[in-house]
Design a protein around this ligand. Structure first.
Ligand SMILES: [Zn+2]
Length: 111
């Protein structure tokens, strides 16, 4: 198992999974049901798209990477910097891909 993409937007995660499904890459969404429970909040409970096999990770990223980059190139959706680990995070992520820190609210509001 390897994580591909995490977001609090289950629709986006599901959309990315459908792309992997269409390419025959086995994947699943972790926390798919926890995300619907209002008492479970925070990045630890966000739905996360994962590939079953580590060997599929590169192929999955090759498929989804350009889509995430096009979102990052949208001037209204800039890359943001994680306040915890200071990694650059593509605009499509609502949590840091590295440490799962949530995107700062002030950063979202400034866009
Ligand atoms: Zn981070």
């Amino acid at each position: 198992m390897r994580e591909i993409f995490g977001s609090n937007d289950i629709a986006m995660v599901g959309y990315y999974k459908s792309i992997l499904d269409a390419e025959g890459i086995p994947s699943y969404i972790r926390n798919e049901y926890a995300a619907g429970l209002s008492e479970l909040q925070g990045p630890a409970f966000y739905p996360v798209l994962c590939v079953d096999s580590d060997e599929d990770y590169d192929a999955a990223m090759a498929l989804l990477g350009p889509m995430r980059e096009s979102a990052a190139n949208n001037p209204e959706q800039k890359e943001w910097t994680c306040p915890n680990c200071h990694e650059g995070v593509p605009a499509g992520f609502d949590v840091c891909w590295n440490c799962e820190t949530a995107r700062p609210v002030a950063d979202v509001l400034s866009q």
